[in-house]
Design a protein around this ligand. Sequence first.
Ligand code: ZN
Length: 137
Amino acid sequence: MKFYTEYLWFNTEKKRQYIRITDQVEKAVQKSGIREGMVLVSAMHITASVFVNDNESGILQDIDEMLEKLAPYRPDYRHHRTGETNGDAHLKSLLMHHEVIVPVTEGKLDLGPWQEIFYGEFDGQRRKRVIIKVMGE
Ligand code: ZN
């Protein structure tokens, strides 16, 4: 089995932002030369996520509103006793999960018709990264 690793760096303009990364993952799969296998795409942070969903601005706003309802930005999280202010971002990351695995077939991402890969940032405006690990033959 072959492995290929690449990192994507982000420094978002906003604190919370959703970035489509399907093309970057597809390029990493091409560079790997792997034809059959899978690719792991994983946020290397506890306040960010990687998820698969529709590249449609309405649903991205709906996701953002859902997260703000379930884990609102507020000052009184226990986590803030450490001096941090990003308790909501940790919870949002848990709700959206930190990684996905996507199948690779005949050298390409084998996604469904509307599936796209996104990086979800919940505590941005600083340098953060995602690991892409392609595995297969
Ligand atoms: Zn924190």
